[in-house]
Design a protein around this ligand. Sequence first.
Ligand SMILES: [Zn+2]
Length: 70
Amino acid sequence: MKPNIHPTFYEDAVVTCGCGNTFTTGSTVKELKTEVCSVCHPFYTGTQRIVDTGGQVERYRKRAARARQR
Ligand SMILES: [Zn+2]
């Protein structure tokens, strides 16, 4: 096996989701950020219900609506 032809692979890269959930995965970068994860994505939860902490969801929706208008 040739050394140094692959990037460093982190077995325990930390993924931080927009919902506040964090989990680890394998990746070539140490830290990742995502907007949906297996906890908050409707596909996995089966509902659109989101646990809202301090109006964060409302703020996000307004921001998302603005972004769509561009
Ligand atoms: Zn999430």
